[in-house]
Design a protein around this ligand. Sequence first.
Ligand code: ATP
Ligand code: MG
Length: 650
Amino acid sequence: MSNESLANLLSENRRFAPPAELAARANVTASAYGEAAADRLAFWAAQARRLTWETEPTQTLDWSRPPFAKWFADGTLNVAYNCVDRHVESGHGDRVALYFEGEPGDTRTLTYADLKREVSKAAHALTELGVRAGDRVAIYMPMIPETAVAMLACARIGAPHSVVFGGFSADALATRIEDADARVVITADGGYRRGKPSGLKGAVDEALTRPGTENVRSVLVVRRTGQEVGWTAGRDVWWHELVDRQSEEHSPQAFPAEHPLFILYTSGTTGKPKGILHTSGGYLTQTAFTHHSVFDLKPETDIYWCTADVGWVTGHSYIVYGPLANGATGVMYEGTPDTPHRGRWWEIVQKYGVTLIYTAPTAIRTCMKWGDDIPARFDLSSLRILGSVGEPINPEAWIWYRENIGGGRTPVVDTWWQTETGAMMISPLPGVTEAKPGSAQVPLPGISATVVDDEGREVPDGSGGYLVLTEPWPSMLRTIWGDDQRFLDTYWSRFEGRYFAGDGAKKDDDGDIWLLGRVDDVMLVSGHNISTTEVESALVSHPKVAEAAVVGATDPTTGQAICAFVILRGNVAEDESLAEELRSHVAKELGPIAKPKRILPVAELPKTRSGKIMRRLLRDVAENRALGDVTTLTDSSVMDLIQAKLPAAA
Ligand code: ATP
Ligand code: MG
């Protein structure tokens, strides 16, 4: 990026105060900011007391060898005990931990007592397979209760898991097995996706023929669909044969707070995925605290649903660890939002009386495209807080979410964080913050973030630059698995002593933070840095546009020219005047400098499996290059369709 800071173009003046009733009963009030600011480490030490420790920590942070942090280092605990057993011991064994909704409509309900039995048996089973503390276990599963059970069983015996998204290919699975040197793979015959069984075990078999996966000695297979599977005698074992016969009693052993809990690979939006390492005590402290405060969780009455896949960090932190540490009742859904119909999600909200929902902007924009009439058919009055994560949420999508899903009543919490941060970092608090559509607003209590320019100087309010985290936080990544040097280079070398997130951001006149997209995606037009997010949000605020992705393509006169790919709303037809209409709309919203040179209506946009737009591929198209790494793309045929749309590229 050049010395010009990001142009600050978008202005958004709508404001939403917290509902009075929510504010009056909020778990966390404005005083938390003051307490954390007065003594950040004492604040986190107090949050750590949400957990049950075998040995209470006396040290909070050891930052003697930055950026390698140790949190609560002399404390010991068992993560699975904290997520399961202690709720049973405190008299909540009958509380539902998970309502499972299968795509075909089958359901299961697991109470905390049920979960304790299942996790205990699975822990014994892994031990019987020879898994010892420190051994890595790969988990390649559909969204079924056994996936959470498997993760918790690994945590219980101190074996770090590496969950690989079930939609990934055999190759992607093989590289992740090799990188983590996994000893056991837990999988299923298949899962249900778009109305039919889709296989998983076959991909495991294929992955295990690849060099580098030889250390896998067992494959534990859950029977979900009943489809035919290949079988390697001596290596493969059925979950129901091995796990079901184990004892329901298992004594959890305590591990040091810094014992590795899991490795998880990033989405790969900007390049080759990185194996992010998280440890136990600090991670669980911050996931529990943020889930408690940002969702204002009342475990006795709330029904919480996070729609993410467990294969992403959101699923780790906010389906499994944070909610279960807090004794929450959660919903887990196996399938896609449009199977068997486009109202499936809203039907689930109505059926379980979901009060807190956590989803991604990509899903919200898809629902906008499908039409307001679909959610309107369901009773969504149980909802009280709506969460968003994964990408900047365009103000128009934010408003649509609040109006059409939240009935115009509910706070929307836009939570910024990353696989690397482990837990939410920047977000409004629903009972405290006056919300601004499209802004993640303020660092959570105990978190220090700011925006700096090229030289690392904090920018004044009203300006843009790079988002950095200025103090260590409990759930921070500890390293990139097996590659300390890449950890230092990627996050800690750009700005001395500060964590570089890789995202552009601006501070508005109130000092609130707006995320502006990846630094790699920022466009440089006639010497001005322009954010992809702002131009996309301007396009989405036009009534004909449902989704947009913009990139800067090399241009002989302006350096880069803005090229916009747009998906039109439901029944809008593409005509001659459309491009000009959208160009002038952007000029009106943001100014002539942000006017796209080209506008291309497309049917789909290239997205990662976690739903993020991969602009680097669109840039390849706009600049007539061969496509870069597409392994984490949902559907590579999307790129053929887009390329076919392009006449002679610039
Ligand atoms: P890779 O690092 O391999 O390119 P990735 O960054 O997409 O992949 P994740 O860790 O899943 O992998 O995503 C984190 C990123 O998602 C953040 O850096 C940010 O760009 C984006 N993000 C997440 N939440 C928000 C949010 N609320 N607002 C804006 N951006 C967000
Ligand atoms: Mg990233």
